[in-house]
Design a binder for this molecule. Sequence first.
Ligand SMILES: Cc1cc2nc3c(=O)[nH]c(=O)nc-3n(C[C@H](O)[C@H](O)[C@H](O)COP(=O)(O)O)c2cc1C
Length: 369
Amino acid sequence: MNRRQFIQCGIVTIVATGGFPMFSSLSQLETVARENLHDNVAGLEADYIDILYLASLAPSGHNAQPWTVKLMNDHHWMIGTDSNRWLPVIDPENREALISIGAFLENLVVAANSKGYHVEYQIIAKNSKDKDIVEINLYKVGLPDTSDVKNIELRRTLRNNLLTDDLSREDIAFMIGKNKDDFHYFPRNTKEEQYLSEGTILANKLQTYQDSAQEELAKWVRWSNKDIRQFGNGLTTETMEIEGVARWYVKNFYSKQSVLEQSFREATIKKITEQVTNGSGWLLLTSMDSSVLELIDIGRKLQRMWLGIRERQIAIHPMNQLIEDVAMRGKLSSALGIAGDSQLLLRVGYIKNYPNPVSPRMSLQTIIV
Ligand SMILES: Cc1cc2nc3c(=O)[nH]c(=O)nc-3n(C[C@H](O)[C@H](O)[C@H](O)COP(=O)(O)O)c2cc1C
C-alpha cells in the first residue's frame, strides 16, 4: 500500500469504525514516550536515581539502549551491555553500541557533576563484545557545578525540516570544538557533501533491500502505544516524525510485517532521498582506531557537542548507513582526504521550531542488572 492509499484507507477506516472502536483507536494519538522513568529503585538514593535516569536519555542506534548498570554498591557501578539489545546485522562489531554507551557515560558524568559528585571511571572492556565495559565510582565532593541538565532532557534526534542555510563559522567552530582531528564538517555544495549525500542514498537502498537488515529494523519498530509501554525502547511513529492521519493509521494498522513490504521499502528510500536534500551539510566523526576506548571516547564527544547545539537551533540527524556498509566505509577516507577510522555520520542544519523529545526509554529497573 502506498502513502496515498494508506491515508485514503485511513480516512475510510475512521469513517467506518465509528463509536467505541474508533474512540479507542484514537487513543493511539497520545504520545506515551517517557512515563514512570523516575520510579524508585529499592535501596538507591534519589540523587543516584536521577543520575541514572539522565544517563539513560542518551541516543542509541534504533533506540535499542544497549546499556546495563550493575550496582556493586550504591556509589560503585559497572556499566555494561546486554547482547539482546545489540544490532548484529547493521552493527556486527558493536561500533554503534559502544558509541551509544559513550554518550550514556557523558550524560552520567554531566548529571553527577551537576549534583556535586566527582566521577572516576575506568574502561575495562578489551573487546567490543565484552559485557562489562566501564567501571564507575562516584564521590560527593561538594556543591553542584553549573552544568545544566535541562540540555540532557531536551536533546533529541531530528529528521525532518532541517533548513539548507549555511551554518555560521561560529556554529561550525562550536560543533567541532577541540576535536579538529576527529570532527570533519562538509558544507552543502562541496564535492565531499555530494559524495556523502549520494553515498547515503545508495547505502540506504542497499540496506533497505537487505532482508536481514529490514527484519532487524522490524524488531525495533514500536507501532502501537501498547508496544511502546511494554518495551520502552525502539523507534516509534513520533520519533520517525510520521504526522497526522498517517500516524494514526500506522499506529493502528501497521505490524512487523509492514516493514518488510515493498511499499514500506520504497517509502523509506523516498524519505531518505528527501532528507539528504535538507540540512547545511555533513559532520563525519572519526577516531584514531576502532578500539573500545576510542569508540567510547567518540560517544562522549558526540554527546558533549549534541548537548550544546539546541541553544543554537542546530538539529542533528545521524545517518550511518554509509558507515554500516563495509565496502563503502573502506573508501571514505581516501574519497574525503581524511585520516582515521570513520565512525558516525551526522546530517546537521538549523531548524526553525525545535520540538521536545519523544523517544521512549526503558525503566531503570530494566537496565539495572
Ligand atoms: C550510534 C548511533 C547511530 C544512529 N544511527 C541512526 C541512523 O542511521 N538513522 C537515524 O535516523 N537515526 C540514527 N540514530 C538516532 C537514533 O535513532 C536515536 O538516537 C534514538 O532513536 C533515540 O532518539 P533521541 O536521539 O531523540 O533520543 C543513531 C544514533 C546513534 C547514537
